[in-house]
Design a protein around this ligand. Structure first.
Ligand SMILES: Nc1ncnc2c1ncn2[C@@H]1O[C@H](COP(=O)(O)OP(=O)(O)OP(=O)(O)O)[C@@H](O)[C@H]1O
Length: 249
C-alpha cells in the first residue's frame, strides 16, 4: 500500500510517518519511507538514520532533470520500467530495522532553483513503484497542497491527513479531503497533539469526523525527542491502532 502523509507545516507529518513506519516494521512489513519534503531536515533523524543522497542525483542532478523536462516539453519519462523497493540503488537509501529511507532531494544552497525537478521525479517514481502485499511506502509530503497540484497523490492508494490543534490545520482538512475525493483516493485523518482540553473541539471542527482514524496525544516524550533531533522511541497506542487499522483495509 502506498500512503501519502500530508497536512499543514509542523502538524506532525514526519512524526506520524516515522512512528507508523516503525510500528509496521515491528509487524514484519517491509517499509519504504520517501522523504518528499525538500525543506525538512528532521525525518531521517526521527528514524535514526543518515540523510540519504538526493534521488534526483541518480538522474544527473536537479539541473539535468530540469533540462530533460524542458527539452521534452515536460513529457520526459524518467522510469522506463516499473520499479520495486529492491531496485532503488544502494547509494540512494538508508536502512534500519526493516525501514528503508529515500529522499527526493533537498534545497542545499540559496538560488539553486525551484523544486519542480524533485516533484516530477517523485510523481513518476510513486506511479511506477510496485509493491507486494507485505510492503508499504509512506510518503512524507511537503506541507500544504502543492503536491496535489503536481499530481504526486495520483500515484498513492490512501491519503493520511495530519491535523494539529490550529484553525489553519482544521481548515486545510476540508480542502485536502475534497482534493482526495476529487482524485478518488480514500482519506483518513489523524488528530495530532491532542489534549483533553482540545479533543472535543478538534472533533467538532474537523471537516468529516467519520474520517478520523485515531487521535494522537500531545506527548512529552515525542516533544522531547523532537526538540533535540533524536530517534523516536515512543510507541503510542494511537499509532499501534492506526497500524492495525491500515493492515485491516
Ligand atoms: N503528538 C505529538 N506530541 C508532541 N510533540 C509532537 C507531536 N507530534 C509532533 N510533535 C512535534 O511537533 C513538531 C513538528 O512535528 P513534525 O516535524 O513531525 O511536523 P511536520 O508536519 O513534518 O513539519 P514540516 O511541515 O516542517 O515538515 C516537532 O517538534 C515534533 O516533535
Amino acid at each position: 500500500m502506498k500512503i501519502a502523509v500530508c497536512g499543514k507545516g509542523g502538524c506532525g507529518k514526519s512524526t506520524v510517518t516515522s512512528l507508523l513506519a516503525k510500528a509496521l516494521a515491528r509487524r514484519g512489513k517491509e517499509i519504504l519511507v520517501i522523504d518528499s519534503d525538500e525543506s525538512n531536515y528532521g525525518l531521517h533523524r526521527q528514524l535514526g538514520m543518515k540523510l540519504p543522497r538526493d534521488f534526483t542525483d541518480y538522474f544527473g542532478g536537479k539541473q539535468n532533470v530540469l533540462n530533460d523536462m524542458m527539452l521534452s516539453k515536460f513529457t520526459h519519462q524518467f522510469f522506463e520500467e516499473t520499479w520495486t523497493i529492491d531496485d532503488i540503488p544502494e547509494d540512494y537509501y538508508s536502512l534500519k530495522d526493516g525501514v528503508k529511507l529515500m529522499s527526493s532531494g533537498k534545497i542545499h544552497q540559496a538560488n539553486e532553483g525551484c523544486s519542480c525537478a524533485m516533484g516530477t521525479v517523485m510523481t513518476q517514481f510513486i506511479q511506477n513503484l510496485r509493491l507486494t502485499e507485505d510492503q508499504f511506502a509512506l510518503m512524507d509530503m511537503e506541507a500544504g497542497i502543492e503536491h496535489f497540484g503536481r499530481g504526486i497523490d495520483n500515484g498513492v492508494d490512501l491519503i493520511l491527513i495530519i491535523i494539529d490543534p490550529s484553525y489553519e490545520s482544521l481548515q486545510l482538512s476540508k480542502k485536502i479531503g475534497e482534493l482526495s475525493e476529487s482524485i478518488r483516493k480514500p482519506f483518513y485523518y489523524v488528530l495530532n497533539k491532542v489534549t483533553k482540553e482540545n479533543q472535543e473541539m478538534m472533533y467538532e471542527a474537523v471537516w468529516n469526523s467519520s474520517r478520523v482514524a485515531v487521535s494522537l496525544s500531545a506527548d512529552p516524550g515525542i516533544m522531547g525527542e523532537g526538540l533535540i533531533g533524536k530517534e523516536l522511541s515512543e510507541k503510542p497506542d494511537a499509532i499501534e491502532n492506526l497500524t492495525e487499522f491500515l493492515l485491516s483495509i
